[in-house]
Design a protein around this ligand. Structure first.
Ligand code: PMP
Length: 360
């Protein structure tokens, strides 16, 4: 068996231990005589899996009891609409911080359902930084404030959690959830597509303070109502059962690794190694301002874009896969989620050191 160091932004690398366990359990889960994929979502076996998945996520993130955890489908992209449909009801104004491609998508979708006020935009600087806290002035009448703590494409990450006072703060944590401990009580809603740090694509996790569940705009489809999913414990319809099971294996793996503080120490070290390799050379360049550099998605360019194809080809020959940057940014992007082992970063840095003198 040969596995690559997969630097894909998502669907992304999963922990090897998780894949091995899923393989071992695929034909017969715990003596049930069937795979988790084949089980009724309402049967006692799957109900026990679902309960443990939620309990483990609550433990990992220290989720307070007044928050519901929902396991949904539709990706983070569905949340772009679900949020205003459920949170901007009588009051249809919402504040958005625009730090990149994913913020922009959230904004354009929200505009269909409420009045969007963009309180800060990094577009003029080509989305290479985050605002200073004192640059953020929120509308006191906003139903919520939305931001993207980590922009997966631009590699721009907030170094702090914005203080929105009494206005509920909503975070699209798709590409940073579980990378470090956070104080969930600072947020009204946290949502994330699973395919980066949680598990396979097809599962979307929503963590929502319970006082924000209840109302919704007229004609909101049932599948887009938080209240329906919350009152049915995420079993209003068939949830993404296998994705939940795999997410559960990832949560167990994280707990064994020392939880999110253990992960944070590893992630910080991994990111530092890669940024150091970029900064120590004039051949490689990071477009992102130092204070806003992501721990999870590291874009970088080569001094001559003509070398990109050669870099990617030679990297692939060394088992370093999927390093091509997003088409809107160019260059390279190394996504180094929790499941990317530190030796993967070491291998990438070693390759970068080898490549430079041959081509500088
Ligand atoms: N938000 C962010 C920050 C993302 O990185 C992505 C996916 N790359 C999305 C939203 C969209 O997620 P999905 O494909 O699950 O709808």
């Amino acid at each position: 068996m040969s596995r690559l160091y997969n630097f894909s932004a998502g669907p992304a690398i999963l922990p090897e231990e998780v894949l091995v366990k899923a393989r071992d359990e695929i034909m017969d889960w715990h003596g049930s005589g069937m795979s988790v994929m084949e089980m009724s979502h309402r049967g006692k076996e799957f109900m026990s899996i679902a309960k443990k998945v939620e309990d483990d996520l609550r433990q990992l993130m220290s989720i307070p009891v007044n928050y519901k955890v929902l396991f949904l489908q539709g990706g983070a992209s569905s949340q772009f609409a679900m949020l205003p449909l459920n949170l901007a009801v009588k009051n249809k104004q919402a504040d958005y911080i625009n730090t990149g491609a994913w913020s922009k998508k959230a904004i354009s979708e929200a505009k269909k359902y409420c009045d969007v006020n963009v309180v800060w935009s990094g577009e003029a600087d080509n989305f290479t930084t985050t605002p200073e806290p004192d640059e953020l002035k929120f509308n006191p009448d906003a139903a919520y404030v939305h931001y993207t703590p980590n922009e997966t494409i631009g590699g721009v990450e907030f170094p702090y959690v914005p203080d929105t006072g009494d206005i509920p703060l909503v975070a699209d944590m798709s590409s940073t959830i579980l990378s470090r401990p956070i104080d969930v009580s600072k947020f009204g809603v946290i949502y994330a597509g699973a395919q980066k740090n949680i598990g396979p694509a097809g599962l979307t996790v929503v963590i929502i303070r319970d006082d924000l569940i209840g109302e919704c705009q007229d004609k909101t489809p049932s599948m887009f109502m938080y209240s329906i999913h919350a009152s049915n414990e995420s079993m209003y319809n068939t949830p993404p059962t296998y994705g939940m099971y795999l997410a559960g294996l990832v949560f167990e793996w994280l707990l064994e690794k020392g939880g999110l503080s253990g992960m944070a120490a590893i992630n910080e070290r991994k990111a530092k190694k890669l940024y150091e390799a970029i900064d120590q050379s004039s051949f490689y360049n990071s477009p992102v301002e130092v204070k806003s550099r992501s721990w999870m998605n590291v874009p970088f360019t080569l001094s001559d874009a003509e070398l990109d194809a050669t870099f990617l080809k030679q990297a692939a020959e060394k088992g370093l896969s999927t390093l091509k940057g997003h088409r809107s940014v160019g260059g390279m992007r190394a996504s180094i989620y929790n499941a990317m082992p530190e030796r993967g970063i070491d291998a990438l840095v070693e390759f970068m050191h080898e490549f430079e003198p041959q081509h500088a």
